[in-house]
Design a protein around this ligand. Structure first.
Ligand code: SF4
Length: 325
């Protein structure tokens, strides 16, 4: 193993335990701000000269049709390392972007894995009838329903044999702006590995590559200003609803239909939050109760990186979109 340690607070290290030790004999950790996280382990009786691999061999790009994930997709593909593309069809996204992602995969000759929320194909509607349209504080819950669970299920598919990572376009400057402390290019949230190869690159450098290589992004960037592959509404504004009406009238109709559904069939809580793109949200106590229902304690401890890796850098808390009043 070869490594170069440049930061005493944030680095990766391997621990080799004696054969007599009762737990796994080889363990890979990352250390962030003094705290260690176990990334992978291997257990066997070790002899001098033995070689073990904790490796990822299948790289699947989580592609939203944007600039950063587009650059990652093209670079990985040029290197012959891209095993395919994962697109999360949340059923509440702009169809133009879904079509764009399909076209890009077709022209690059890459396998496209499209996954929907399960078990309910209309998971978003069910959520809204129970809790109303999500606001910023409930973003993590709706993100889990719409995207994270599908990713996790995909990663657990036996075909990957635990050697698959989701590759994204998260960059350090973006993640610091969003959360301040999230600062490693590789994370593992059992059983998901996330790898962000342009993590240390500047916006300028990524943009230069994007232009030089004539990489395309979804046409929704010209109309909405972002991908729109998922429109949960947690960070939306009412004005965005009007844009959706122009870009994807059917999606707009769905939002209108859910609005009426909440008024007629929603719970008392849902009726309080019946406007898509409204900024109102649950109070601290209800927020905490709901989060405890949606997440295990381990997941709650990793919510920030989970949100960042799942929603990318142009949607969600801390993004320009997420900072809208
Ligand atoms: S913040 Fe964006 S990406 Fe995340 S669940 Fe909501 S719409 Fe989807």
């Amino acid at each position: 193993m070869f490594g170069r340690r440049t930061d005493d607070s944030n680095f990766y290290f391997v621990e080799v335990l004696p054969n007599t030790h009762s737990t796994d004999s080889l363990r890979l950790f990352k250390q962030v701000s003094g705290g260690n996280t176990l990334l992978g382990s291997f257990d066997a009786t070790l002899a001098v000269g033995d070689v073990f691999k904790l490796e990822i061999t299948d790289f699947i790009v989580g592609y939203s049709g944007g600039k950063d994930s587009g650059v990652v997709l093209h670079r990985l593909n040029d290197l012959g390392l891209c095993s395919g593309v994962l697109f999360l069809d949340t059923k509440v996204g702009v169809r133009q972007t879904k079509q764009f992602v399909e076209d890009q995969c077709y022209s690059l000759g890459l396998p496209l894995y499209t996954r929907e929320p399960s078990p309910l194909s209309f998971a978003y509607v069910a959520y809204c009838l129970q809790f109303g349209f999500p606001g910023p504080r409930m973003h993590s819950a709706i993100m889990k329903i719409l995207k994270y669970n599908s990713m996790k299920k995909f990663a657990q598919d036996p075909r990957w044999n635990k050697t698959m990572a989701i590759v994204g376009g998260v960059r350090k400057s973006e993640s610091q702006r969003r959360f301040g402390s999230y600062n490693t290019p590789i994370t593992k949230e059992t059983p998901l590995w996330f790898v962000n190869p342009i993590f240390h690159e500047s916006q300028e450098s990524v943009y230069e590559f994007f232009l030089k290589n004539n990489i395309k992004k979804s046409p929704t960037y010209d109309t909405l200003g972002f991908s729109g592959e998922c429109m949960c509404g947690s960070f939306a504004t009412k004005e965005e609803a009007m844009l959706i009406k122009k870009v994807d009238p059917e999606l707009f109709e769905l939002i209108e239909w859910i609005t009426q559904g909440i008024k007629k069939f929603g719970t008392a809580t849902a009726k309080k939050y019946s406007k898509w793109g409204a900024t109102s949200d649950f109070d601290d106590v209800i927020n905490q109760q709901i989060l405890e229902n949606f997440f295990t304690p381990e997941e709650q401890a990793n919510l920030e990186s989970m949100e960042l890796n799942t929603c990318g850098t142009d949607c969600g808390p801390g993004t320009l979109r997420g900072m809208n009043p």
